[in-house]
Design a protein around this ligand. Structure first.
Ligand SMILES: Cc1cc2nc3c(=O)[nH]c(=O)nc-3n(C[C@H](O)[C@H](O)[C@H](O)COP(=O)(O)O)c2cc1C
Ligand SMILES: [Mn+2]
Length: 484
């Protein structure tokens, strides 16, 4: 190993984005309450991340959009977009085979700033969507330790700010943090952890690695070391016995008193729906560290999460299917499926019946999945029309649809109330052994390079102007609705 690469540090990532022309700088003053996320939503999914340099009432800039384009992520990781799932699953596999544990160091940039008073309102934490219950931290990596074994865990959770030193956290069922909280409660202890906001994509991916790939007894922070090509560096907390990322932009030392709950939500979630208000654990913030010239990071819960959670889930399902189902070539978690509800699996069939095996194996590999669609290797799994073509021309609805009732799913999906619902698999593969009526028609692949053509310009009256790829949001033609 040579030394940490740029993926280990958000400041280096911001400079990299700048060099590549992949950073929109918003210089006009923007209100962190609703306006910032509103502007980000207009640029969501574009080829550039966004830095809000002038956030009303704050000195620190706010970064968003780091994960909303797979093409951009590919650039940052020096990979073709198409090779990302393979690269990510390769990093996880390499960690499983030879873990590189993080190292504790004496000092890091996170300890260089002024600590001062604990006051969350001094941080530019945005209010994202119109009905959100308050400002939300949603991009911080939580580092906790198993109260019994001391094994570290990394995850990302949303936190609603409700006071200068108080937040309410959402921990989904089955998360390792939930397990730690139960263990702390049984021991009569508080659960202590750090929230590290503004870290590089290596650690973000380590935190988003699903439990199926990083079981509770493993220190998944080591996955970051693989992405960074050097051990992740951590420092000891100053107020609580917690571990902090040495070069995070912000780090909060926190504790939960088991049993203490208060209303959390609503929050515009990755599903496109608001998460409902419910009593959830209260978090006490005992210390706030900020690195000099810190940049706050926030995530718009849409494409950014589809890409990060989706890519990790996809990588894990692909790795497992490759081992268990002969012929599996590729897996894609579609955006229409929020990045983790719908897996499209591509298979080069070798034996009859194995496309259905692929459906069962995919469900077993990733519990949040609600739908699995299996197609042959002549179908482009990233093209929704192509997948639909396989469904309409190759699926036999009598034989090829598998449903599983009363099964555990993702609690944020409204069709899984209390985490229970029905899952469905579509076998859209041509019957095996192959028969000619399912052979796909094809034209000869011809290059247009040597072909002389006159292509007339199109200027249809009333045609909408081509939207700029980036720029200030266009003015709405209609007056904005007044909020009553
Ligand atoms: C931006 C983002 C926000 C997330 N928010 C939450 C959340 O509020 N609650 C939660 O339980 N999981 C959330 N997740 C998913 C978990 O972080 C993820 O599943 C992780 O792998 C869980 O770690 P664990 O397996 O160690 O429990 C979020 C993921 C991302 C990328
Ligand atoms: Mn874990």
């Amino acid at each position: 190993m040579t030394g940490p690469n740029h993926l280990s540090d958000l400041q280096a990532i911001i400079e990299d984005l700048d060099t590549m022309g992949r950073l929109v700088r918003v210089s006009s003053e923007v209100d962190p309450e609703l306006e910032l996320a509103g502007i980000a939503a207009r640029l969501e999914g574009g080829p550039r991340a966004v830095l809000f340099e002038n956030v009303k009432g704050h000195d620190a800039p706010v970064l968003t959009g780091l994960y909303w384009s797979r093409e951009l992520l590919g650039r940052l990781m020096r990979r073709e977009e198409r090779d990302l799932p393979e690269y990510v699953s390769g990093c996880i596999r390499s960690w499983q085979q030879a873990p590189v544990d993080p190292v504790m160091v004496e000092h890091g940039p996170i300890l260089d700033g002024n600590r001062g008073e604990v006051d969350l309102y001094q941080l530019p934490v945005p209010v994202h969507a119109e009905q959100d219950g308050g400002p939300y931290f949603d991009a911080g990596v939580v580092i906790a330790r198993d109260p019994e074994t001391g094994v570290r865990n990394a995850s990302i959770q949303r936190f609603m700010v409700t006071g200068k030193d108080r937040m309410h956290i959402n921990i989904d069922a089955g998360r390792h943090l939930e397990l730690y909280l139960e263990k702390a409660k049984a021991r009569g202890e508080n659960l202590r952890f750090s929230i590290n906001c503004g870290v590089g994509p290596g650690l973000h991916f380590a935190a988003a690695t699903p439990a199926e790939a990083a079981p509770a007894e493993t220190d998944e922070l080591g996955i970051a070391s693989v992405f960074h090509e050097a051990p992740l560096e951590l420092v000891e907390g100053r107020t609580l016995p917690v571990h902090i990322v040495a070069n995070a932009m912000y780090a909060l030392e926190c504790e939960i008193v088991p049993g203490e709950v208060a209303d959390e939500g609503p929050f515009a979630e990755v599903t496109g729906y608001y998460a409902r208000v419910a009593p959830r654990p209260v978090v006490h913030v005992r210390e706030i560290h900020r690195r000099p010239n810190a940049v706050f990071q926030t995530i718009l819960s849409g494409v950014e999460v589809w890409n990060s959670v989706g890519l990790l889930g996809e990588a894990n399902v692909l790795a497992l299917l490759e081992r268990q189902v002969p012929g599996v070539e590729d897996v894609y978690f579609s955006h229409g499926g929020c990045g983790f509800y719908h897996a499209i699996v591509q298979i080069a069939q070798k034996r009859a019946g194995w496309s259905k095996q692929a459906i069962m194996a995919a469900f077993a590999a990733f519990p949040p999945l609600k739908m699995v669609t299996v197609v042959d290797s002549d179908v482009d799994i990233r093209n929704p029309s192509d997948v639909e073509w396989a469904m309409t021309t190759r699926l036999d609805p009598k034989q090829g649809i598998v449903t599983i009732d009363n099964v555990f799913g993702h609690g944020l999906n409204p069709s899984f109330p209390d985490y229970i619902g029905t899952k469905v698999g579509f076998d859209c593969c041509r019957p095996f052994p192959f028969t000619p009526e399912y052979d796909r028609a094809a034209y000869r692949p011809v290059s247009l390079d040597g072909v002389t053509m006159q292509v007339p310009e199109i200027s249809a009256p009333g045609a909408p102007p081509v939207p700029p790829s980036v720029g200030p949001p266009r003015k709405r033609s209609r007056k904005p609705r007044r909020r009553k």
